[in-house]
Design a protein around this ligand. Structure first.
Ligand code: KG4
Ligand code: ZN
Length: 340
């Protein structure tokens, strides 16, 4: 089965074709970073309009890359949520309508399920069950994963997501947009012994996170410093160390509490090299997607949709967008239910 995946939940137009027999056939991404940079963050209306401009040329480009025509497709998977409503509407309306025109099924995919399954696109995919640490711009989740669609949230951020904390702290330090990767690069130049930031909520039981205090801590430290480039790098380092350590400790706790032996890390912050290195110290098998599939992409949506269509999931012919949507509300495809 050849499935076209469409991702337009935020500021990246991602399109891909996944074949259940041959794997990923084509993948293309257009990032709107330059468009939003001068505003210091994503402007939702501009994002929607740019998705409209880029989506059709990208679909054309992936079908050409895969040497396929639209009539070779067996289904279309589009990101239905969570995300920016206008941006989601672009992918959902085009995806659903195209499927209607081609008389093939369309599936509404959960963006975080896409992230969670992204490591399945690699050569050594994780086997179920596993724990997933999902760290993106909008979410920080620890999830117990039994099978596709069978997700139990073990912990989540009570305020800012990890990526959001990176972005806001970067902005406060006067770094360019998008802040996360820029702050991470600067942190590599920082001295780890100058500042020590707290590790939020590690002394409380449970697996929830809270990152908004760290942002304030970084601001106060910056204001009290002499505000040189060296101070900026040292603060970036202390901030990143605090986030990485906190995520590490909570993953270790989640593995211990559940007895799981596999950990999947996905979402934009999963591209952070300090985090990738630190998590290798865990006593578990660790799985990451390649860097390009940590951040938003069409391949993960094509894959999630392909797995669900292959399992026989069907949906009504309606355009579905859900700006808020819990992973725990997803359906388990029926053939997996039978397997238990
Ligand atoms: O998964 P993603 O592309 O989009 C959402 O679903 O939100 O994640 C984007 C987030 C942004 O907050 C970005 O700053 C962060 O991931 N990010 C990073 C790195 N690369 C992306 N944060 C820390 N270090 C990185 N290397
Ligand atoms: Zn994402």
């Amino acid at each position: 089965m050849k499935i076209l995946g469409i991702e337009t939940s935020c500021d990246e137009t991602g399109i891909a074709i996944y074949d259940t027999e041959q794997g990923l056939l084509a993948d293309a991404l257009y990032s709107q970073v330059k468009l939003h940079a001068k505003y210091g963050g994503v402007v939702p209306e501009l994002a929607s309009r740019d998705h409209i401009r880029k989506i059709s040329p990208l679909i054309k480009s992936v079908t050409q890359q895969a040497n396929l025509g639209l009539s070779d497709l067996d289904g279309i998977a589009y990101t239905s949520g969570p995300g920016l409503i206008g941006a989601l509407m672009v992918g959902a309306s085009l995806g659903r309508s195209l499927a209607w025109g081609l008389n093939i099924p369309a599936l509404a995919v959960h963006h975080m399920e896409g992230h969670l399954l992204a490591p399945m696109l690699e050569d050594n995919p994780p086997k179920f069950p596993f724990i997933a640490l999902l760290v993106s711009g909008g979410h920080t989740l620890l999830v117990s994963v039994k099978a596709i669609g069978s997700y139990k949230i073990l912990g989540e951020s009570l305020d800012d997501a990890a990526g959001e904390a990176f972005d806001k702290t970067a902005k406060m330090l006067g770094l360019a947009y998008p802040g996360g990767p820029i702050l991470a690069a600067l942190a590599q130049k920082g001295d780890p012994d100058v500042y020590h930031f707290p590790r939020p909520m590690i002394n409380r039981p449970g697996l929830d996170f809270s990152f908004s205090g760290l942002k304030t801590y970084a601001l106060t430290t910056w204001q009290k410093s002499t505000q040189t480039d060296t101070d900026r790098a040292n603060i970036a380092r202390a901030f990143q160390d605090a986030i990485v350590d906190t995520l590490f400790l909570k993953c270790r706790r989640a593995l211990k509490q559940t007895g799981h032996q596999r950990l999947v890390i996905a979402g934009g912050v999963g591209a952070n090299s300090a985090l990738r290195e630190k998590l290798q110290q865990l006593n578990a098998e660790i799985f990451f997607p390649r860097l390009a599939f940590c951040t938003d992409n069409g391949a993960m949506i094509a894959y999630a949709g392909a797995m669900r269509l292959y399992a026989g999931q069907q949906e009504e012919a309606v355009i579905q967008t859900r700006p808020r949507w819990s992973l725990e509300d997803l359906v388990v495809p029926s053939c997996q239910k039978e397997r238990g």
